[in-house]
Design a protein around this ligand. Structure first.
Ligand SMILES: [Zn+2]
Length: 427
């Protein structure tokens, strides 16, 4: 009984000291309403190029409008439109050292038909074991150069995962230079000769990021980004009659964070720095929305980027805990933690380093340019049985945890918003 009483008193005290402003202004009921809309069946899993994602885009735009946000760079619209080339393979043949490589061991990213026969301008690269697959994969993709890349067997799981995501074709930012990157799984011998032919059907398609801004009151040239991605996988093969990949955690939860934080800071209306709220598109197919954004801003003006991805469940550390990817790469995480140290919430370094989560979300596009850009997450990613399945639904989430995480981010980012702290840059 005594022990029980003590627990009650301790929780009461920590509850009281939990940032009161955030808990007063960010309510679970509102959080629930937002995520219920974004992850509804009517959004059809927010697959890119579908009417479902367009509905989500309109909902986010509308939320930004009713919140009273301004447009990015005075464009007059919350949409940041850009074009991508979608390439759907029709016929693919890959021969290495005169041996045919099975298609299931290949990932080809291209923006048009090509044929190589030992061409000198094609780089031959390797993603070696014990390294970082995604980091290498993305940097080869971003280089835009023709390349054949041998991927070590060690990365089979992630390779297959990526292949599945690209099953309906790949996309690349619109670019008039034809290029191709061919990733081949397996510990093949040194490549001495290659013949590759890739025939596809291409289509140019418009996509949009949704961006809203609260201009800084005293230091408007310094910006803090809050972001998530609003696209998801759309429709998947049915499981027990359900084929809609609602993506409640991935990443309706992050967008719920973006909208809730926009409302929160707008109500406070005392931000020294400019706050930019972004819902990215085309994250699932290669982080293209953030990649496009990164070409449209001056990275030196971005003081920090707080990306939210899968924040709707209890983390492996239990309730009231979240982790920050790339924690050790800047002092961003330490600043966030310092600002909530008197609360019952805690930010931890990413416990899943081998999953390369730092590169698996939109923060990576800005981190490449030196921005202290990190993703905050609560996902138990090593055993998340709902991740990228039709079961990622609101009912599998914990909305109390989601609300607590958003409140902690609101409080944690306080000194970044007020200009009191400036995180170190990422090398
Ligand atoms: Zn995601």
């Amino acid at each position: 009984m005594k022990k029980h009483l003590l627990t009650v008193i301790v929780s009461a005290i920590s509850l009281q000291s939990f940032s009161q402003t955030a808990s007063r202004l960010i309510k679970e009921k509102d959080v629930e309403n937002i995520i219920n809309v974004l992850a509804a069946d009517s959004m059809e899993g927010r697959g890119i190029f579908t009417p479902g994602i367009e509905k989500a885009a309109r909902y986010i735009e509308n939320s930004f409008k009713t919140t009273g946000l301004e447009s990015f760079s005075g464009s007059g619209s919350f949409r940041q439109n850009f074009s991508v080339t979608k390439s759907v393979p029709l016929a693919v043949e890959v021969n290495i050292n005169n041996v045919r490589v099975p298609v299931e061991n290949c990932i080809i990213i291209s923006n048009g038909t090509f044929k190589w026969n030992n061409d000198k301008d094609v780089q031959v690269l390797k993603i070696k074991p014990g390294g970082a697959f995604l980091e290498s994969y993305l940097s080869i993709l971003r280089s835009g150069k023709n390349a054949i890349v041998q991927v070590d067997e060690q990365y089979r799981d992630y390779f297959n995962h990526l292949r599945k995501t690209l099953a309906n074709g790949c996309i690349t930012l619109k670019n008039n230079n034809p290029s191709g990157q061919v990733f081949i799984l397996g510990n093949a011998a040194e490549i001495t000769s290659f013949e590759i032919s890739y025939q596809d059907k291409t289509q140019e398609i418009a996509l949009s990021n949704i961006i809203g801004v609260i201009p800084g009151k005293t230091r408007p040239k310094e910006c803090v980004i809050f972001s998530g991605h609003y696209d998801h996988l759309g429709i998947l093969p049915p499981v027990k009659g359900d084929s809609i990949a609602n993506g409640a955690d991935d990443d309706a939860s992050g967008i719920t964070g973006v909208i809730s934080l926009a409302k929160y800071y707008k109500k406070l209306n005392n931000n020294a720095r400019t706050l930019i709220f972004i819902a990215f598109t085309a994250e699932e197919l290669g982080e293209w929305g953030s990649q496009y954004l990164s070409t449209q801003l001056d990275p030196d003006k971005i003081v920090a980027m707080i990306n939210m991805e899968l924040i709707g469940s209890d983390s492996k550390f239990g309730p009231n805990n979240a982790f920050i990817t790339g924690f050790e790469r800047s002092d961003f995480g330490a600043i966030m933690q310092k600002n909530i140290k008197d609360t019952s919430f805690q930010f931890h370094p990413d416990p899943y380093v081998k999953f390369e989560l730092f590169y698996r979300s939109d923060n990576a596009s800005l981190a490449r340019l030196g921005v202290p850009a990190h993703t905050i997450s609560t996902a138990p990613i090593d055993k998340d049985q709902f991740y990228h399945t039709v079961k990622d639904e609101v009912k599998t989430l914990d909305l109390k945890s989601l609300t607590a995480t958003i409140q902690a981010i609101a409080t944690g980012a306080g000194s970044l918003v007020s200009g009191r702290d400036t995180p170190t840059r990422i090398k």
